[in-house]
Design a protein around this ligand. Structure first.
Ligand code: AMP
Length: 562
């Protein structure tokens, strides 16, 4: 099939918001593909040059691409930035530039049309270009690819090369389309997609053999599995009730979730978002290699950052470890981390996801060697559970996870088998100092609020964060009216207002942040009440917020001593 058809489909998808219609269009397209074209087409529709777990990469920056496009079309930087300002999208800007140029108008007349398989093989050649002169080779290949493409094709080639499709066609919808296209039950497609970790490969299997093609799949090591997620519960009592009177409680640690894949000495670690973070955690890899008993396994755990004197640090410090690609060793000395394991999904060649939680935990205990597991109790006593929660919070942790004793591991699903119970910090009363118009349905309402605390010394209101969470539509409409009455200045989307309205704000943590003059920012702020009973000078002060910030550390330091 010609690549033009894929590009045209993308154009239609971009202007469609109805999910049903989108999946029908994609299904119809998939049906018309040849067997060999299915995986490349599905990967490309999801903005990937290759299947999801293919280690090949293109390594093309936007700077290189735009330089090639400039040379091909004679456009300038100014043309580009103007096109980008108007569209906000690299692919769409490239399309505009091509439409205006002579080459863009001629391309399709002069050349043989590009096919989907040809595009894939050119992308392969780009990724394989290595060694001396590889840069020139890459550029030559890209130039010849783009010079054969029409402006619409250029738009999507650029998007695929830089990995940004942005047309609302997520994996979930692609699974629906695959199910429709090849008449395979959606549940089976989802299961296969979870096991393979790539819907494009599943689509190809379905095209080839229908349901039979995906019937006997198992996990593949080094392909991460979507993590099981938790719903919120108000209290340990609620969790006990939900889980039939008796359940397991574990400390909920405030770090980063990791999924560990091990085959002999080969170990890789994936983040919650399934990216490979192995390089960021050399110390953890060594520890796992030394301690984990089974030859092959997939395990899950949480890593938390530890300060110089051994006390846990807030989440943001840990993120430094994951962001740094260079100087890893230096950063691992600066930000040591500690691993706690909490689940095992695969061992000795067998999937354990159907095995009940209590049994998995027992298996994990034996497999983990000296690696600690998250602290756990199994109880039917609400008072004991409440004490366990207090201890967790006193120890500097986020709260508890309640896990149903006989529950399987359900990848990618946010169900009630796992419940998270958090003890939120005391809410703050803050003042709205500015607001922004929302997007989509809320575009006519001021629905994003800047929240500030008063500086006792200068009287100035200092911003601590922004939120669009917590108010109902009706409250937002009313708030918009009130804010407009006290507006001081409009700057595009932003409206500055007199500091008059006080709201109660819940949040999970206070972070240090250079973003605001206050030097601090609230993590996960949400409005819990409008405090019309309070005047702005009764609102919380920046001094008090600083105190709470310091207390967070004290709490975490205490954890280290116990
Ligand atoms: P949340 O991110 O608030 O939805 O909470 C779920 C997250 O808590 C998981 O993705 C893990 O990163 C983290 N977590 C911390 N401790 C545990 C635990 N004992 N069991 C499972 N998840 C945990």
């Amino acid at each position: 099939m010609e690549f033009k058809e894929l590009a045209n489909l993308c154009e239609r998808l971009e202007v469609t918001t109805k999910r049903n219609l989108m999946t029908d269009m994609v299904a119809d397209f998939l049906r018309r593909l040849d067997e060999r074209e299915v995986e490349p087409a599905v990967s490309m529709l999801l903005g990937r040059p290759f299947p999801r777990w293919d280690p090949r990469t293109l390594d093309i920056s936007w700077a290189t691409l735009s330089m090639i496009i400039q040379r091909l079309t004679g456009a300038t930087w100014k043309d580009f930035s103007e096109a980008f300002r108007n569209t906000g999208d690299m692919g769409a800007s490239a399309k505009i530039i091509f439409e205006r140029s002579r080459i863009g108008r001629q391309a399709t007349l002069l050349e043989r049309p590009l096919t989907i398989l040809e595009v894939r093989s050119i992308l392969e050649a780009i990724s394989e270009a290595s060694g001396q002169g590889s840069r020139e080779k890459k550029e030559r290949l890209i130039r010849s690819l783009l010079s054969r493409a029409s402006p619409v094709e250029v738009k999507y080639l650029v998007k695929i090369m830089i990995g940004e499709m942005r047309m609302g066609l997520q994996e979930g919808l692609m699974e629906v389309a695959v199910s429709k296209a090849f008449s395979v039950p959606l549940k089976k497609v989802q299961l296969a997609s979870m096991l393979k970790g790539d819907v494009a490969e599943v689509a190809a299997l379905c095209k080839k053999e229908g349901l039979k093609g995906i019937s006997n799949l198992s996990f593949t090591l080094f392909r991460p599995i979507k993590p099981m997620l938790a719903q919120m519960a108000e209290s340990p009592m609620e969790a006990l009730k939900e889980h039939g009177g008796r359940t397991a409680f574990e400390y909920k640690l405030d770090g980063a979730r990791i999924q560990i894949h091990k085959l002999g000495d080969k170990i890789r670690i994936f983040s919650r978002r399934l990216t490979d973070v192995t390089k960021s955690l050399p110390d953890i890899i060594d520890f796992i290699r030394r301690e984990v008993r089974p030859e092959n396994a997939i395990m899950e755990g949480e890593v938390i950052a530890i300060g110089k004197n051994g006390n846990p640090l807030p989440f943001q410090h840990l993120m430094r470890r994951f962001r740094r690609v260079y100087e890893i060793e230096k950063v691992s000395e600066e930000v040591p981390v500690k691993l706690y394991l909490f689940d095992i999904l695969y061992m000795d060649g067998k999937s354990l996801i159907e095995t009940p939680y209590v049994d998995r935990r027992r298996i994990l205990e034996e497999a983990a060697g000296e690696i600690p597991l998250t602290k756990q109790i199994i109880t039917d006593d609400a008072a004991e559970a409440k004490r366990f929660l207090e201890n967790a919070v006193d120890g500097g942790h986020e709260g508890l996870m309640a896990k149903r004793l006989n529950s399987p591991y359900t990848p990618g699903i946010r169900g009630k088998h796992w419940l998270k119970i958090k003890k939120t910090l005391e809410p703050l009363d803050l003042v709205i100092v500015a607001a922004e118009y929302g997007t989509g349905r809320r575009h006519r309402w001021l629905s994003d609020y800047y929240l500030a605390a008063r500086d006792e010394i200068t009287g100035e209101f200092l911003t601590l964060g922004k939120t669009f969470k917590g108010l109902t539509d009706q409250e937002i409409e009313e708030m918009t009216r009130r804010l407009k009455e006290i507006a001081i200045e409009e700057r595009g989307h932003l409206v500055l207002v007199k500091p008059k309205i006080v709201v109660e704000v819940a949040y999970n943590e206070i972070q240090k942040s250079p973003k605001y003059k206050s030097g601090m920012a609230l993590r996960f702020a949400r409005i819990t009440r409008i405090r019309d009973d309070k005047s702005p000078d009764e609102a919380d002060t920046i001094q008090r917020v600083r105190q709470i910030y310091e207390k967070q550390f004290a709490r975490k330091a205490k954890f280290q001593e116990t």
